[in-house]
Design a binder for this molecule. Structure first.
Ligand SMILES: *Cc1c(COP(=O)(O)O)cnc(C)c1O
Length: 338
């Protein structure tokens, strides 16, 4: 029996059917462009998201970094949210490896950046300043879906000011499923999108960067330099293709499970639960109770990172019955065991 692991949607294990698809995958040397399964994955995702080309990466971090490096040259700048993954959780790669200066802006509660603040951060063409080249958004951001009308406004601002627009769409499919629209509609207006296969989609590894043919050609060079040129990697791409076919629509189930759990947790006086949109729940736990709660859950086979601001994530390896067990464990701790 595996524990009920709510730390992240990255913890899923490939199912027997996904493993069978990986086992049977046709492969070739992808650095030579010879791997038919990688090529099919790249093409499939590019088409589905409305781009000319796609490129398979070992991780979302590398995919985002190669995208930033393809858009920006040394001494250029990108405008990004203070809480964005590319800025905050990727080791400063844009600055360290890309020589790209980040210009962070505060994220609003809904994950957006205020348009006027983006505009104010765009630098004039003057030797004193880095050259502003790119705006980067994230969707979903902390499990929240960016409103389509907002994205359209940022896209038109970018266009007006001659800037490129990148989407860190690690959980872009969660946004599409939540809004009930096509992935292509979520990606409309962006010049590039990075999508994770190894989060809610349940593949063991991989991200795909989509964009124009020219952008992907440039990103391919950076990927090689960053050590992401892989060989008979069709076995991993097969997992991604399997996930795209079988694990997209079912994200709605993760969203339902998260909503159910959040509603139940909201009934516990000591917890403050933030509104939930997709598969990520944030709840505020009294700090004096964190250690004991963690131990209580662990003793019941529930793995979670319990902190004053706790994040719980639902995914395809957590069933609705297990969600009920998680809720019961919380109630047992806070209500019955005071
Ligand atoms: C996980 C994640 C990434 C990076 O993906 P890795 O494969 O873990 O490198 C990028 N952006 C967001 C929003 C993520 O959640």
């Amino acid at each position: 029996m595996h524990p009920i692991d709510l730390r992240s949607d990255t913890v899923t294990r490939p199912s027997p059917a996904m493993r069978a698809a990986m086992h049977d995958a046709a492969v070739g040397d992808d650095v030579f462009g010879d791997d038919p399964t990688v090529n099919r994955l790249q093409q499939t995702l590019a088409e589905r998201l409305g781009f000319e080309a796609g490129l398979f990466f070992p991780s979302g971090t590398q995919s985002n970094l190669a995208a930033l490096m393809a858009h920006c040259q040394r001494g250029d700048e990108y405008i990004v949210g203070q809480d964005a993954h590319t800025y905050r959780y990727e080791g400063g790669g844009a600055a360290v490896l890309g020589s790209i200066q980040p210009q962070p802006i505060a994220n609003q509660a809904d994950g957006s950046l205020v348009l006027a603040e983006i505009e104010a951060a765009i630098k004039p063409d003057d030797v004193h300043f880095a050259r502003t080249r790119l705006i980067a958004l994230e969707n979903t951001m902390g499990g929240k879906v960016l409103p389509l009308a907002y994205v359209a406004d940022v896209a038109s601002l970018a266009k007006q000011r001659g800037l490129a627009l990148h989407l860190d769409g690690a959980r872009m499919f969660n946004a599409a499923v939540k809004l009930g629209i096509t992935p292509e509609a979520v990606c409309a207006g962006f010049d590039s999108v990075s999508v994770c296969l190894s989060k809610g989609l349940g593949a063991p590894v991989g991200s795909v960067l989509c964009g124009s043919r020219a952008l992907v050609t440039s990103a391919t060079r950076w990927r090689k330099m960053l050590g992401g040129g892989m060989r008979q990697v069709g076995m991993l791409a097969a997992a991604g293709l399997y996930a795209l076919e079988h694990h997209v629509a079912r994200l709605a189930e993760d969203h339902r499970n998260a909503a159910t759990l959040a509603a139940g947790l909201a009934g516990i006086d000591e917890l403050l639960v933030e509104p939930v949109q997709t598969n990520i729940i944030y709840l505020h736990v009294p700090s004096s109770r964190c250690a004991a709660l963690h131990a209580h859950l662990a003793a019941r086979g529930i793995v979670a990172i319990i902190a004053p601001k706790t994040r719980l994530v639902t995914h395809l390896d957590v069933s609705t019955a297990q969600i009920a067990a998680v809720l019961a464990a919380f109630q047992d701790f806070f209500v019955h065991n005071r």
